[in-house]
Write a protein that binds this ligand. Structure first.
Ligand code: BJW
Length: 238
């Protein structure tokens, strides 16, 4: 399943960057967005409508209901073999960056350090006025609902459609993408930008590009080595 060519690249690479998406957590029981998962629609509303900047402005309580529901689902989810395999990679390479679009915190739970979270984290909230951050882990429904400093409403610390990504996270991800010699794109449909653009950026800067996904994506044809497999079955084999 892993070619000789890729083994050689993997064993000699010094700078490695990995981009993960919802698919890496699928084997932990976290529903994906576009794979027919059960959370793709919420009360008849497609997730790109409920997970949008507009909904935060127009109906924050409903946005919270959706996120608290998903935090409930996540409560019973543990990291899987793919998360654990990537946690080992951080000690194998001179320079290793793990970038994720996931908001579930499962990479950190598996022991990965310094994970670049492009789309935020579902276990945090922030004040819509002063941007104070709150750790809401274990609090379902979330608390506080209002900021203890300024009294404004709290919202999930998650990047929704139409919102900017955290500038520092995006900068770190782009730097790692252009400076690596091996780039893995794992478990993402590669449809959402700017995250999907990282793989393109990396390849254009000279990296060897590997995709791990049971399905084809718009990135597949652009990859040096597409691997049609589940992340949890292939990553422990490296
Ligand atoms: C397995 C597997 C197994 C299954 N093993 N694999 C350029 C062009 C066009 C549009 C845009 C553009 N630039 C920006 C945009 C707009 C928009 C966008 O990209 N739209 C496209 C959809 C058309 N982007 C944005 O709005 C972003 N902001 C932005 O660009 O700001 C600047 C700006 C501001 C104002 C106006 C314009 C620009 C923000 C994007 C934020 C995305 N947020 C979400 C929701 C988070 C909250 C929530 O959780 O509800 O993040 S969307 C959702 O998709 C979530 C994910 O992180 C993201 C990516 O999904 P992912 O991870 O790829 O999952 P799936 O489900 O799609 O795919 C799973 C894959 O796994 C599948 O391929 C399976 O086959 C595979 N799989 N089992 C391995 N075992």
């Amino acid at each position: 399943m892993i070619s000789e060519r890729l083994r050689e690249k993997f064993n000699t690479a010094k700078h490695v960057c990995v981009l993960t998406g919802a698919g890496i957590s699928a084997e932990s029981g976290v529903p994906t967005f576009r794979g027919g998962g059960q959370t793709a629609v919420w009360k008849g509303m497609p997730f790109d409508e409920i997970s949008s900047a507009r909904m935060v402005r127009e109906n924050l309580p409903e946005v919270w209901e959706w996120f608290d529901y998903r935090r409930g689902v996540l409560k019973d989810c543990e990291p899987n073999a793919a998360h654990f395999a990537l946690a080992k990679w951080q000690d194998k390479f001179a320079d290793f960056t793990l970038v994720t679009q996931n908001i579930d915190g499962l990479h950190a739970a598996a022991g990965s350090r310094g994970v670049v979270e492009l789309h935020g984290n579902i276990q945090r909230a922030y004040c819509t006025n002063c941007e104070k951050r709150f750790d809401i882990r274990g609090k379902i429904p979330h608390a506080p609902d209002e900021c203890d400093e300024c009294g404004a409403k709290a919202r999930p610390d998650v990047v929704l459609f139409g919102e900017m990504l955290p500038a520092g996270a995006l900068f770190n991800a782009q730097s790692a993408a252009v400076n690596c010699d091996l780039f893995f794109v794992i478990g993402t449909s590669a449809l959402v930008y700017p995250a999907a653009g990282l793989a393109e950026l990396s390849k254009r800067a000279g990296a060897f590009l590997v995709e791990i996904n049971p399905e084809e994506t718009p990135m597949t044809g652009f990859c040096d080595e597409p691997i049609r497999a589940r992340a949890g079955e292939i990553l422990p084999l490296f």
